[in-house]
Design a protein around this ligand. Structure first.
Ligand SMILES: O=P(O)(O)O[C@@H]1[C@@H](OP(=O)(O)O)[C@H](OP(=O)(O)O)[C@H](O)[C@H](OP(=O)(O)O)[C@H]1OP(=O)(O)O
Ligand SMILES: Nc1ncnc2c1ncn2[C@@H]1O[C@H](COP(=O)(O)OP(=O)(O)OP(=O)(O)O)[C@@H](O)[C@H]1O
Length: 384
């Protein structure tokens, strides 16, 4: 393998991604804290198992919850160590400085190989234009159950909106985003439109736009400058020329933005495969509106239709809602498991703390709606 066939693509807190320059493939490599760079924190076999667990969790649990049409699980691959070392040197200067508290894993020679979702293989001999890909990290779309929280504010203002104040105060981002996940997950088209417009205006790490596999729009952490929305809309204009919003054959910037948002709302409400018809409506539970959202409260009363059950967003929300406990409800369960494992370390395997994430594990996750019966089995299913 040749490191020159691969280029830096992006990274998060846990992994670094490189893409192949010709084929629609990416490699997702583990990251370790920089202070561990001399001594890898796990053996190659442990790293292999960690990545295999990710594949199993994705194919046996997430595929079943979200729909196998929208989940790509990939496969674990073993790579020559020399290739990985050269790759790490090659991409180092492209990494954002604020992510360099961690280093790419150059010891295990293991990675997750996935299709490159930012430049999908198109089954057309000459595609009309480079494919567009819009990545959204929507965050949690509901308020935690009042049963488990000690501060009343948590039942009125969502975690994302509270975090915005914290992130601006500590300098992570310069401006507060007016995006609210509860607006996006509302199923109300106007609220969703409002949410996506604010995601585009202040994307932080919740939205990226790729054209032909290249990132053309994203935020830079700590930077004073906002990403250039006019340049983004200039890139997008040719994709939206067939609408009615043209003045003398020319589309205004505002019209391009509206069309882009409309396409995204339609995609998010479209079926992910499987059953349809019902709606996911949290309005009755009083957990679907965040007081920090600037969306006009009055307008919500005139049409909160909820999400179509088969939609991608509804699937994501239902999956998120398997965990409604908030950290305050979860931590005592974590302590219950911890205590049990101190007394009975051999129980780690039976409770599937480190996997395998198989059919049996999925059944435990799905039973999570049950009330807490005080058992370690209940706690382990919630915590793992
Ligand atoms: O806690 P949050 O909501 O800030 O989410 C963390 C993310 O921050 P965000 O707010 O999206 O910028 C954070 O993302 P970034 O590092 O900011 O890109 C991670 O995804 C983190 O997950 P983990 O610790 O790697 O498992 C996320 O932590 P978990 O809450 O998933 O543990
Ligand atoms: N299959 C893929 N195709 C194209 N790009 C991808 C793919 N998987 C990940 N990426 C890109 O790489 C970036 C980092 O990947 P990912 O979010 O999986 O990292 P992470 O460290 O697990 O994230 P987090 O910070 O949430 O823990 C993503 O934001 C996305 O832009």
């Amino acid at each position: 393998m040749d490191e020159n066939d691969w280029k830096y693509h992006g990274e998060g807190n846990k992994s670094l991604v490189v893409s192949h320059v010709q084929h629609c493939r990416v490699l997702r490599l583990l990251k370790y804290p920089a202070e561990d760079s001399e001594n890898p924190p796990q053996t190659a076999e442990q790293a292999f198992r960690q990545i295999q667990n990710i594949v199993d969790f994705s194919s046996n649990v997430m595929s079943s919850l979200l729909g196998d049409k929208v989940v790509h699980s990939g496969e674990v691959v073993r790579l020559p160590l020399e290739f990985v070392r050269q790759l790490s040197i090659k991409i180092q200067h492209q990494r954002p400085a604020w992510r360099c508290d961690k280093v790419m894993d150059i010891y295990s020679g293991c990675a997750l190989c996935l299709p490159n979702l930012t430049s999908p293989t198109l089954h057309q001999p000459t595609p009309p234009a480079p494919p567009l890909c819009i990545e959204i990290k929507p965050k949690c779309g509901f308020l935690p159950s009042p049963k488990h929280v000690s501060k009343d504010i948590k039942t009125r203002v969502c975690r994302y909106c509270m975090h915005q104040h914290y992130k601006v105060a500590n300098g992570k981002w310069k401006r507060r985003s007016l995006y609210c996940p509860l607006d996006l997950f509302s199923g109300n088209r106007q609220r969703m439109h409002f949410a996506i417009r604010h995601l585009i205006e202040e994307p932080q790490n919740n939205l990226k736009v790729f054209k032909g596999g290249q990132c053309i729009y994203s935020s830079k952490e700590g930077s004073n400058e906002s990403p250039d929305m006019n340049s983004l809309l200039h890139h997008l204009r040719p994709y939206f020329l067939q609408g009615n919003n043209r003045i003398n054959g020319h589309m205004t910037t505002k019209a391009v933005l509206n069309d882009v948002i409309q396409v995204l709302v339609n995609a998010l409400l479209s079926a992910a495969g499987g059953d349809g018809g019902q709606v996911t409506d949290r309005a009755g539970e009083g957990r679907s509106f965040c007081e920090a959202s600037l969306f006009n409260n009055e307008r919500i009363r005139h049409g909160s239709q909820g999400l179509p059950a088969s939609s991608v967003l509804s699937r994501i929300l239902q999956t998120q809602m398997l965990d409604t406990l908030d950290i305050e409800g979860l931590y005592p369960l974590y302590r219950r498991v911890e205590q049990h494992l101190q007394d009975f370390p051999e129980e780690r395997t039976r409770l599937q703390i480190d996997g395998p994430y198989d059919q049996n594990f999925l059944e435990k996750v799905q039973k999570c709606w049950m009330e807490d019966d005080g058992s370690v089995e209940y706690a382990a299913a919630k915590v793992t």
